[in-house]
Write a protein that binds this ligand. Sequence first.
Ligand SMILES: Cc1cc2nc3c(=O)[nH]c(=O)nc-3n(C[C@H](O)[C@H](O)[C@H](O)COP(=O)(O)OP(=O)(O)OC[C@H]3O[C@@H](n4cnc5c(N)ncnc54)[C@H](O)[C@@H]3O)c2cc1C
Length: 476
Amino acid sequence: MTQTLKADLCVIGGGSGGLSVAAGASQMGAKTVLIEGGKMGGDCLNYGCVPSKALIAAAKKAHSLHDAEIFGVTGGPIVADYGQAMDHVEEVIAGIAPHDSVERFESFGVEVIQGYGRFSGPREVTVGDTIVQARRFIISTGSTAAAPPIPGLEECGYLTNETLFENREKPEHLIIIGGGPIGMEMAQAHNRLGCKVTVLEAFTALAKDDPDLTSIALKTIRAEGVDIREGAGITKISRKADGAISVDLENEGQGETLVGSHLLVAAGRKPNLEKLDLEAAGVSYSKTGIDVDARLRTSNKNIFAIGDAAGGFQFTHVAGYHAGIVIRNALFRMPAKVNYEGLPWVTYTDPEIANVGMTEAQAKEKYGEGVKVLTFPYAENDRARSERKTEGLVKAIVTKKGKILGAGIVGAQAGELIQPWALAITGKLKISTMASYISPYPTLGEINKRAAGSFYTPQLFSPKTRKIVKFLSHFG
Ligand SMILES: Cc1cc2nc3c(=O)[nH]c(=O)nc-3n(C[C@H](O)[C@H](O)[C@H](O)COP(=O)(O)OP(=O)(O)OC[C@H]3O[C@@H](n4cnc5c(N)ncnc54)[C@H](O)[C@@H]3O)c2cc1C
């Protein structure tokens, strides 16, 4: 029998964005319904950030043993058990899962319905036998791996981020289609766990980041043994009788066939919209996501879209940020708008690549050649030397007057080191603050301060300064 629920807020999708909205709204007293068709926690917990970072941690451990000798440490032969590394991944997910569980959300007073929701009108969603009518709806249905249109790919079958972490059989030769952050993170991790890895990227690997930074990371990953093919044109994929995967490539008229044991597709994402019947609610969308304004409202002003479903930046912290924006708009009717000026993002290769704000190219496009680019290498930092992590660079982009427009870092702990820059941009601090705070010695954080300090190098060591110092020295 059909039942009708009435609520203040109905959230469709219980991943990073949806759970943040549901937790916040319910604890502020709004009657909240949450509809989740798959696993609570969404991609980030089950198939994305958490398993990928847990696998990267296992791979990093294995790799650290390889260069232990340089520190005077030797052990027995290094054995990286792929299956056990995946067990570790599963344990990490299980440890976090209670935080995102149905029980926890019900304890907040959220009505959780398990099933896929679809709009049955501009102000109602149907899930199974239940109709939910709400004042406001939040679409937070996330995204899924998109498969490129390569002949034979569907018939061959392949792994995606949804199936990779269930696999316990070590790939002898993992072929990865896609050299973006997911592809490169998984390539390096698998290589470090003893798999042969080939990455096939149609254009440029890690193309969304500054090439001054990515070139350093890609050099390291290649040196470790990952075969990264950029400009790779895949013409056909097939599965051989013995189960092996055959990939036909063509590059400048030259043909080549690669044979691998496993195939991972990490070639972009598509928003999860097909089950929603958005037409029934009058919500417009494109193939990249739901159309939203700066307040994250859709073409139906009672419906908001957040996170990966809204296209744009596809990160967990963006979905969480969106959650705060829609709570203010939907519950408090405050006209809160998104502002991505201080948005950081990190690729968890080793070395990590982190960015916030504008890249050099973006800054030059907006402000012209007048912007200053400040850099400082890890190689000149004492802590980096002690740790033997000298490969890396901090790069900050500032206006002539010292306004910080962006920063990028490649190197150890880049994801941690980018945070003062994110704080500076958000808090509108000038480069003088970054250059003058006291940084403890010896830390990698000093690299940030030294990069910022280089803003003043031309003035400090100019002939004019020397003249002033000389003049003052006459007065004792
Ligand atoms: C391998 C990988 C690694 C990643 N690593 C990082 C990282 O290190 N850092 C980072 O910031 N981001 C990372 N991301 C991106 C991050 O996972 C996503 O940006 C984030 O999960 C988006 O949150 P969301 O709420 O929009 O969607 P999700 O978290 O995916 O949640 C969407 C939920 O909606 C449900 N759903 C879909 N349709 C319906 C429907 N009709 N009815 C009910 N429920 C529905 C789904 O089952 C899912 O649970 C990674 C992604 C991948 C794939």
